[in-house]
Design a binder for this molecule. Structure first.
Ligand code: AMP
Ligand code: ZN
Length: 489
């Protein structure tokens, strides 16, 4: 069966293959780095991650470019408010983005270009558009794109031509469909821009790039004039992607991207999660609540990317439990001595269902269901303690294949707590962040208090401490040599 994707351009699910038959050239819009990304943003980045892993499962190579927007209206406003330059605002936030992304096991894109290090490419693109007569310099010294000079304007977002107000101009980066106007490619430098080191020289005047321009210039630099896939969240369809198409296609005369793929919103209490509404949850918040990367991935992939979903505590709890079962299966497959012939059948059928689900417009919920269907059958077969080595190898292969795409098996961090301090041992957990390490240190201290309570035969106090530690998301196990403190991620 062919691999199919929904294309926003045609509003239909179409067969997809890379143009050259080998390598998928994919551009995904990245974060604007003025505040840490929230889990709504990460829903979109997890959708991109699923896409790249599913494309590879098809046997294609993937080159993904994800930009970091490090100059735009919001960043300059933030810089002005804090007396910083834009780089001082964006550098620490970029670091947090990568840290959060790695925590969520989102694979590295091949390139993470920053807007501010690609100014010459953007200047060249503006110059081309001026030379072709589709762009013009206005009285304010800024360069605008004349949307009436590009007949296909509005095709992606199905903009009714009656809504297009050519000649009217909009300078800000983001605006509504009702306000489709000529948009700024290059904004004449203002004192705030100069103060924040956000102005560059150009033949058409000193200024800074508009948000849309950045993606066109960097996508074409790294991926060529026609991309296979361009992705982002659904809110980017208009104006961002509409404007990217206009700039790129007016400059090259070629189709800018063959497929446009958009992920739906993560909501909270039925409203879009957004910085503007102040209803955000960050990855840091989740980590502090003991929600593992595996659980969040499972939670996000349990809804199709084109459906809205609501972030809920119960949903995350259910995902924590679900991925615990995945972790148990991983452990059983690792330690089993053999399988039954039926285990191999379950593996092969599971693989077929899994591949079919992903080929059907990245149906992750079906793919998750295929994994859990396999999990149930595999557990039953492993209970029978067969000796078939090939069947076991087949089951291990299929499990790794599935988990290689979904990446939802939890990882465990354990510390054995004895009466002596184990604080130095915690230093070995380099993948823990500071809050997690201090959480462990707290857990160790509490378990030592519990050991003391037990020694004093105060079992009520010991039980209360155990409940307190478990209440913070730890697993507590009594072992012959001490008490084990575990956290699943
Ligand atoms: P931004 O940093 O605002 O440029 O957003 C980065 C990415 O997150 C874009 O692809 C947005 O479309 C996407 N995004 C923003 N809010 C949400 C949300 N609540 N749910 C899913 N994706 C979102
Ligand atoms: Zn973009």
């Amino acid at each position: 069966m062919s691999f199919r994707l929904y294309n926003t351009l045609t509003r239909s699910v179409e067969p997809f293959a890379p143009a050259d038959g080998e390598t998928v050239r994919m551009y995904t819009c990245g974060p604007t780095v003025y505040d840490p990304a929230h889990v709504g943003n990460f829903r979109t980045f997890l959708f991109n991650d699923l896409m790249r892993r599913a494309l590879r499962l098809q046997g294609w190579k993937v080159v993904q470019v994800q930009n970091l927007t490090d100059v735009d209206d919001k960043i300059i406003t933030r810089a002005a408010a804090t007396g910083k330059t834009i780089i001082e605002v964006t550098e620490p936030i970029t670091e947090i983005f990568h840290k959060d992304r790695r925590y969520l096991r989102i694979e590295d894109a091949e390139v993470y270009p920053k807007a501010t290090t690609h100014i010459p490419e953007m200047v060249a693109l503006v110059q081309t558009l001026l030379d072709k007569g589709v762009a013009y310099t206005a009285e304010d010294g800024s360069v605008y794109f004349g949307i009436d000079r590009f007949p296909a304007y509005g095709r992606l977002s199905r903009l009714d031509t009656r809504e297009i107000r050519s000649g009217a101009r909009v300078a800000q980066d983001d605006y509504s469909k009702e306000n489709a106007q000529d948009f700024a490619l290059w904004k004449a430098a203002k004192p705030e821009d100069e103060a924040a080191s956000a102005a560059w020289d150009a033949p058409f005047g000193r200024g800074r790039p508009g948000w849309h321009l950045e993606c066109s210039a960097m996508a074409m630099k790294y991926l060529g004039e026609t991309l296979d896939i361009h992705g982002g969240g659904i809110d980017l369809v208009f104006p961002h992607h509409e404007d990217e198409i206009a700039q790129s296609e007016a400059a090259t005369g070629k189709v800018f991207s063959r497929f446009w793929c958009h992920g739906e919103f993560l909501q909270i209490d039925g409203t879009k999660m957004s910085k503007r509404l102040g209803n955000i949850t960050t990855v840091k918040d989740l980590r502090e609540r003991g929600i593992s990367a595996a659980a969040l991935r499972h939670f996000v992939y349990s809804t199709h990317y084109r459906k809205q979903m609501n972030l809920s505590g119960e949903g995350l709890e259910a995902s924590l439990e679900a991925v615990r079962r995945v972790g148990e299966l991983a452990h059983r497959l690792e330690t089993a001595r053999g399988g039954t012939p039926e285990l191999a059948v379950a593996a092969r059928e599971g693989e077929a269902a899994f591949r079919a689900a992903l080929s059907d417009d990245l149906n992750a919920p079906e793919a998750v269901a295929a994994l859990f269907g396999f999990l149930q059958r595999a557990n039953a077969e492993l209970d029978r303690k067969g000796g078939d080595q090939e069947a076991l190898a087949e089951a291990r292969r299929v499990f790794l294949l599935m988990d290689g795409v979904l990446d939802i098996s939890p990882r465990v961090t354990r510390v054995l707590v004895g009466p002596d301090t184990v604080e130095p041992a915690l230093a070995a957990f380099t993948d823990l962040d500071e809050a997690e390490r201090s959480g462990f240190a707290w857990g160790v201290e509490r378990l030592q208090a519990r050991l003391a309570a037990r020694k004093a035969r105060d079992f009520a106090a010991a039980d209360a401490i155990r409940a307190e530690v478990e209440g913070r998301g730890f697993v507590v196990k009594d072992m012959p040599l001490g008490t084990q403190l575990e956290r699943w991620r």
